[in-house]
Design a protein around this ligand. Structure first.
Ligand SMILES: Cc1ncc(C[n+]2csc(CCOP(=O)(O)OP(=O)(O)O)c2C)c(N)n1
Length: 696
């Protein structure tokens, strides 16, 4: 056995701080069985979970973690660590076992509390809850696509910061993916893009155990997966014997040396390996083996039946070498960073800034202010103009759209395209792949060092919703640019006209949705999005031109947007209003026009612009009361589902909304037919007032 000092000395000679562990098959087997049975015991004690994947894939996971993985258990977030994503999140007992034995801050007691209230070992990995968990996974396919995003981030940052003789960004992204991950369509979207981008430092181990919940994959999944990824442009390998650690390690090494293509290694394994009655069956997938079967499995693999949660001393000693190895790797990297800083002080400071996700001084200095004379201007175009400025001030901004840039206005002039030939480019072309775009954005955000954004039509946010939900759950700074935001987008008709999407996005906990009313509200919305470090922001923008509100006439606009909702135009006589018209986005202009007409009709209306119901909800009660004083009738106007408004502003609100699918016709005509006219708003306002007075 090497002592820790020997290990440090040996590791110090390795260029990457990696140690080629002296192979000791007997010790390897003990280590792998330690992982297997920690996982099995966790699931058994919790009386729920997934023992099959850990039993089958512990050996390949061990091959990565023991032989190649660059990580520091005592500093799980150091920037140049390799990333490991367990895309098959249901197998997380294996990951928790690895984290514990290698020395992360995850005590054995946490393993014993697997899936229990308040534990750091939840039923699927949750980013931020458990040190060493790089991404929240569980919805199959997401983790794989997150990893593509992480590999993109690594590649982009390496291109931006590395200099000859200075490799300060140089790490791999490893994924453990299952049949389910590869069956999900997102794996093809993400795999296709990864192959196109030639992400050579992305390595996927595919746990090919032929079993999913309903049985054998022959039921529904028979294509040649390896050929599929080869067709995507990946480097592919097959390993017949998944428990052959050396074979896996050799394949991983070959994958690392292949720098032009991402790698998929198909590894044949046996779900529930060792279990006499459950191996190779769906019964091993998602339920405890049962006490008797646990005993039989331990006996079959030569493992002591008691005690549960056994970690033999020699295994622990071996695993814990990761701590010394990791700290050496990190120290070496820090030395490289210092050398880099000597020669390139500005770039080094910039690197630290982006990794720490700080904004540079004066980042918002040149943001545009639009004047009324510049209207009509669609908010998507105002957004594009804002992106142009932000993109030049924030080199960490990286994004694009799902093949809709001419419509979403998400391109950054002069930032170049991110392509294999131009890896320092910052404009992404995600292709028509909204689902993976969302998950890739998440991976980019998880990596740190970038502000990722992605654009598509609001209607197609439906295609991106699973990763949007995860962005909110992970607390990731991802920005969505969602244009063509209502039935007013017109001729393309109901398939392209969002109705329930606003409501749907607002209902995601932690998602901030902003639907600005004009160009200046759009700039303010972008400011919020850039400053929000702990969660996603969806900017919901119009296709059609909108007037630019005159800041002299509506001074509240200058400061109102960060409050979510504010009094844009008070009742004309400044008295307590008879009614409050609440509107978002394009409908704010309708509300303003209605306010004028109502005044002529003897009704004093206040107009509240509410670009973000989510942000407004987080304001203090006194502030909300000043905007919406109790007792004043409310009428909300929004070209989207009316459901939701009661929870945003109170049970008494009346709503002019869209509660049916739209129609194909020019936008103004559609809006007119759905009641978005000054006449109808005024009529509804009178009705509301009538009802408030108790009339009918
Ligand atoms: C998007 C999504 N759909 C469905 C599920 C439910 N689910 C969990 S695991 C699984 C399939 C398991 O098969 P596989 O991926 O091969 O894992 P293994 O059986 O090898 O553990 C399914 C359908 C899920 N987690 N995510």
């Amino acid at each position: 056995m090497l002592s820790q000092t020997d290990t440090l000395a040996e590791a110090a000679m390795e260029p990457q701080g990696r140690v080629t562990t002296l192979s000791d098959p007997a010790l390897d087997e003990i280590c792998v069985n330690t992982l297997r049975f920690l996982a099995v015991d966790m699931v058994q004690k919790a009386k729920s979970g997934h023992p099959g994947l850990p039993l089958g894939s512990a050996a390949m996971a061990y091959a990565i973690w023991d032989r190649l993985f660059k990580f520091n258990p005592h500093d799980p977030l150091w920037p140049d660590r390799d990333r490991f994503v367990l895309s098959a999140g249901h197998g997380c007992a294996l990951l928790y076992a690895l984290l514990h034995v290698t020395g992360f801050d995850l005590p054995l007691a946490e393993l014993e509390r697997f899936r229990q209230w308040g534990s750091r070992t939840p039923g699927h990995p949750e980013y931020g809850k458990t040190p060493g968990v790089e991404a929240t996974t569980g919805p199959l396919g997401q983790g794989l696509a997150n990893a593509v995003g992480m590999a993109i981030a690594e590649t982009a940052l390496a291109a931006r910061f590395n200099r000859p003789g200075h490799q300060i960004v140089d790490h791999y992204t490893y994924v453990l993916a299952s049949d389910g991950d590869l069956e999900e369509g997102i794996s093809s979207e993400a795999g296709s893009l990864a192959g196109h981008l030639r992400l050579g430092k992305l390595i996927v181990l595919y746990d090919d155990n032929h079993i999913t919940i309903e049985g054998n994959t022959k039921l529904a999944f028979t294509e040649d997966r390896v050929a599929r990824f080869a067709a995507f442009g990946w480097h592919v390998q097959r390993i017949e014997q998944g428990n052959d650690i050396e074979a896996v390690a050799i394949a991983l090494q070959a994958a690392r040396e292949e720098r032009e293509r991402p790698s998929l290694i198909q590894v044949h394994t046996h779900i529930g390996f060792g279990s006499p009655h459950k191996q190779d069956t769906a019964a091993a997938h998602g339920e405890p083996l049962g006490l008797e079967e646990v005993r039989l499995t331990k006996e079959a693999l030569g493992w002591p039946v008691e005690p549960a949660f056994l970690i033999p001393e020699e295994a622990l000693e071996h695993f814990r070498k990761a701590v010394a190895r990791g700290s050496v790797a990190q120290v070496q990297w820090q030395a490289r960073l210092e050398a880099f800083a000597e020669e390139y002080p500005d770039q080094a400071a910039e690197f630290k800034r982006v990794i720490l996700r700080q904004l540079p001084k004066g980042w918002d200095a040149d943001l545009p202010t639009f004047t009324a004379g510049e209207g009509p201007l669609a908010t998507r175009i105002a957004s594009g103009k804002t992106i142009a400025v932000l993109g030049s001030r924030l080199p960490e901004m990286m994004g694009g759209s799902a093949d809709l840039d001419p419509s979403t206005h998400t391109h950054m002039e002069e930032a170049g395209n991110f392509e294999p030939e131009s890896l320092a480019g910052r404009n992404m072309h995600f292709g028509i792949r909204e689902h993976s775009m969302g998950a890739i954005l998440n991976g980019m955000a998880l990596h740190h060092g970038l502000i990722p954004y992605g654009g598509t039509f609001l209607i197609f946010s439906d295609y991106m919703r699973p990763p949007m939900r995860l962005a909110a759950m992970n607390g990731l700074r991802v920005i969505y640019v969602l244009t063509h935001d209502s039935i007013a987008m017109g001729e393309d008709g109901p398939t392209h006209q969002p109705v329930e999407q606003l409501l749907g996005l607002r209902s995601i906990p932690g998602m901030v949705v902003i639907r600005p009313a004009d160009a200046n509200e759009t700039v303010a919305a972008w400011r919020i999005a850039i400053e929000r470090r702990q969660g996603p922001v969806a900017l919901v923008l119009t296709r059609q031109g909108l007037p630019v509100l005159d800041l002299a006439r509506y001074p509240a606009l200058a400061t109102g947007v960060p409050l979510g909702g504010y009094v844009l135009a008070d009742s004309p006589q400044g008295a307590r209003p008879d009614i409050i018209l609440i509107a978002t986005g394009s409908e704010v202009h309708l509300a303003l026009d209605a306010r004028d007409r109502l005044a002529r009709e003897g009704v004093q209306a206040r107009v509240v612009s509410m670009p973000s119901t989510n942000i407004f909800a987080s304001q203090s009660d006194p502030y909300r009361d000043t905007v919406l004083p109790s007792g004043v009738p409310l009428l909300a106007i929004e070209a989207g589902a009316s459901l939701g408004w009661r929870s945003y502003v109170g049970p008494q609100v009346a709503v002019i909304g869209v509660d049916a699918f739209g129609a194909s016709a020019p936008g103004p005509i559609v809006m007119q037919h759905y009641g978005f006219t000054v006449e109808n708003v005024c009529k509804q306002a009178h009705d509301v007032l009538q009802q408030a007075k108790g009339g009918d």
